[in-house]
Design a protein around this ligand. Sequence first.
Ligand code: TXA
Ligand code: MG
Length: 546
Amino acid sequence: MTTQLLSTSKPDLEHAAAIIRAGGLVGIPTETVYGLGANGLDPVAVRHIFEAKGRPQDNPLILHVSEAAELNRYCHDIPESAWILAQKFWPGPLTMVLPVRQDVVPAQTVAGHDTVAMRCPKTAATRELIRLSGVPIAAPSANLSGKPSTTTAQHVIHDLGGKIEAVIDGGPCQVGVESTIIDLTVTPPRLLRPGGVTLEELRGILGEVDVDPAVVAPVAPGMKPKAPGMKYKHYAPAASVIIVAGSRERAAAWIRRHFVQPNAVLCFEEELPLYRDLNPTVYGYEADVESLSHNLFAALRELDHPEIGTIFARCPEGGGLARAVQNRLKKSAGFHIVDADRAPQLIGVTGPTGAGKTTALRVLEALGGAVFDSDAVYHELLTTDNAMLDEIEQAFPGAVVDGVLDTRKLAPRVYGSPEAMKTLSGITHPHVIAELWKRIDASGAKFAVVDAIGLFESGLGKQCDRTVAIVADEDVRIRRLVARDHVTEAYARARIAAQKPAAWYADQADLVLENNGTEADFEAACRDAFSRLLSFQMHSGKDALA
Ligand code: TXA
Ligand code: MG
C-alpha cells in the first residue's frame, strides 16, 4: 500500500473521513503529537492500529472527540469535574480517564478496561475530520511502539509509510509532547502523564491531585501502572540515553570526560559554547521550556542512528511543562540519571622533575583525596589493554610481540622523532585517560587527584576542575636530583634540560606553587594552599568536596 499524503483542505479531509469510515488508518495532526487514527467504534480497524504500531495488546487507546458534548455518547457516570476541565482546557492537550465506557465502545479500543480515556484535540482540521467521519477516532501516537513519538507528517511516513492509508500533513505539532492524562475515576484525581496542561493548572481547579509514581520513577517489574503504557520502554532511540544533571559547567566537564566518538550530546542553546567541538544537537532554550517540548522528539529521532553509542542529554528542571519534558527524557533514558555535581572533582597535579610533586600529592591525600598516578596506569595498560596494544602494533608494526609491548623495539623509533612520539601518545593518552576516569568514578572519594607530568599535553588538564603546577628553580632541582637519585650534576642537568621549563607548566596551571625552600616549609605551604582551594570549590556550590 502507498500512503497518501493529504492536506488539511476540505476535500482532503472528506477523503480522509471516508477512509476512516471504511475502517482504514489515517495519520492525524494534533497540537501534541501525530496520532494513528481509526474508527474507535470498529474493533477490526482498532486491531489494525495495534498491528501497524506493533503495540502491546493490553495498552488501551485514547478516544478523540470533536467537542465535550460527545462524552455522553461514550461514557456513563461522568463526574462534574470532567465537565469543568473540558470547559477550561478543551479543545487542548488534556486527556481524561473517565468511568464506565458505553457499550458502543468495543473492548478492543480500551484493551478490556471499564474506563475510557477521552480527548478533544485543539487542531481544527482534526476536529473537522472527526465531525466528517461521524465516529470518535481512536488514536495512539503515530510512532512504532517504543520509538519517540512523531511531531511531523514526515516522521509518520518514516515509521508507518506503506502500512497506513494516509497521513494528513498539518505541519509540526505545537506542543510536541503527548497530552496530559488525568485519571478522574479515583479520589483524589491522579496525574498519569504530564503534558501541556500542567499539574499546577489542574491543582488550581481540582484541588488535591496525586502524581502517579510511574511519572517520576521506573515501573518495577510485575507492577501494573494505572496507565498501562507507562510500563513499556518508551521514546527510545537506538543509542542509550544518559541524563546528566547538575550545573552547566560540571555537567559539561562530566560529559567531556565520558564522551568518545561516536557519542552525541543533546543540550540547550544556552550551553552550546561548552560543547561546540562535540557537534551537539540543540533542542531549544533552557529558559523557554516550550521550545524544548516542541523539539524534543524531533531531536531524539535525529539521533536515532544505530552507530551512536550513547547520547548525553541535558534536561530542564522545575514544574509546569518542564515536568513533561523530564518525564519523556527520563523514560527515553530508562531513568539513567547522573548528577555531575556529586561526581568526584578532579585536581590535576603536574610539574617538572625535582620540583616537589610527591610532597604536594601526600598533602592532598591527607586532605581526603584519592591519588592516581597516570604513569603507573600507563605501564599497567601496556600489559593489560589489548585494544591499546593492537593500535600500537598497527602504527608501529613489530612493536608488540605475543601480546606484549617490546619497549626495546619501540623506543628507538619514537625517541628523537617528535612525529612518531605524537602518534604514540595519540594512541596511549585516550586509553590512559579513560582508565583513570573509570578508577576515579569507582573510587567514591570526595575528590580525586591525578599525578601527570603530561597533564596538559594529554588533554587531561582540560578535564580537571583545577590544575596545579609545582615548580622550583633549576639549580634547586638539580641539587635535589643529585641528592635523591645519586646522579652526577652533569647528568641531572641534562635530564632537566630535556624537559619543558618550569614556566611552561606555570603558564597553564590554575595554581602555581614554588618550592625553593625546605620540605617542611613546602608541606605547610601546600596544606594552606590546598585547604583554600578545596573550600573555594565548596563555596562555589560544588558540594562534592564538602
Ligand atoms: O497527545 C496524545 O495523547 C496523543 C495524541 C495522538 O492524541 N495520543 C497518545 O496516545 O499519546 P498513546 O496511546 O501513545 O498514549 C496513551 C496513553 C497510554 O499510556 C495508555 O496506556 C493510556 O494513555 N491510556 C489509554 N486509555 C487509558 C485508560 N482507560 N486508563 C488508563 N490509561 C489509559
Ligand atoms: Mg505513545
